[in-house]
Design a protein around this ligand. Structure first.
Ligand SMILES: [Zn+2]
Length: 278
């Protein structure tokens, strides 16, 4: 082979390689589909409309093909359904410790509880144990277009569950008013931990103080929704208790002082899902 033929052959080969690389790049899926739910959950995100704001959240959050029943929603008043059962709470009237705080999500005041310390029984769905609870300001859920001062989400999980409704969120709306003694006691302990350094410590808390007085036989709104932070995974059962818990103006101001940035996701479309109430 003379030199000129060799050069021609080499240049054809490099053209072929360049063409096949280009077609590979075109057929590669878009970046958002390659990110796992776990990686998505670690992405920095914000609640505003900036470069990492709500419109850019990864996972299911903004994926038109995968999102069906997202949360939060505006809850319509509706008519109570007498067939809906009461939720049974266990362990909430006992001291819970140790409590674990993390720095995973700088907006959410998130506290992990020890395995099995608190649980709920939802007739028809089964038993779920409390994994963590956290606060949103203002409330994420609206009831008849009204958002409350705050909401507490108690996230319960079913052991060994892989399909169906593996998580139940009990939502407790917060309004300004004269708090129960137990409420202020619980908040006093929690304020010692907020904002966290990541830690497992501190005095126990009776989580009953963060529930309304009628929680043993509470009315609620229930619907299917999603995580309200990335990756916004779906098939989570929400039970929003109808009776709000009361925090004093000073306690609400304390949350705002420690966590000045609002952390409520925008209201999502109902998409025809049923919302039942007890
Ligand atoms: Zn939440």
């Amino acid at each position: 082979m003379d030199l000129i033929r060799a050069i021609r052959l080499l240049s054809r080969l490099s053209l072929l390689i360049a063409l096949s690389l280009a077609s590979l790049a075109q057929s590669a899926p878009p970046a958002k589909h390659t990110k796992s739910a776990a990686d998505c959950a670690k992405n920095p995100f914000a609640y505003d409309n900036g470069p990492v704001g709500q419109q850019t959240w990864c996972g299911v959050c903004n994926n038109a093909a995968e999102r069906h029943y997202q949360a939060p929603i505006n809850i319509p008043e509706g008519t109570p359904d007498p067939a809906l059962p009461a939720i049974k709470f266990t362990g909430y009237d006992q001291p819970t410790s140790p409590l674990k705080t993390t720095l995973e999500n700088p907006y959410n005041l998130k506290i992990y509880t020890p395995a099995g310390s608190n649980s709920i029984e939802v007739p028809g769905l089964g038993s779920y144990t409390l994994d963590e609870f956290h606060f949103h300001r203002p409330s994420e859920e609206a009831v008849s277009n009204h958002r409350y001062a705050m909401v507490i989400h108690f996230v319960h999980k079913k052991a060994g569950c892989t399909t169906g409704q593996c998580a139940v969120v009990i939502g407790v709306l917060v309004e300004e008013g004269q708090p129960a003694e137990k409420t202020s006691e619980a908040l006093k302990v929690l304020f010692q931990r907020f904002p966290p350094p990541a830690s497992i410590a501190g005095p126990p808390v009776e989580l009953e103080g963060l529930l309304p007085g009628d929680y043993h036989n509470s009315g609620y709104y229930t619907y299917l929704g999603s995580l309200t932070t990335p990756p916004c995974s779906e098939n989570i059962a929400f039970y929003i208790l109808k009776t709000p818990v009361k925090f004093s103006a000073a306690e609400l101001a304390e949350f705002a002082r420690r966590y000045p940035s609002p952390n409520a996701r925008d209201i999502q479309e109902l998409n025809g899902r049923p919302v039942r109430n007890r």
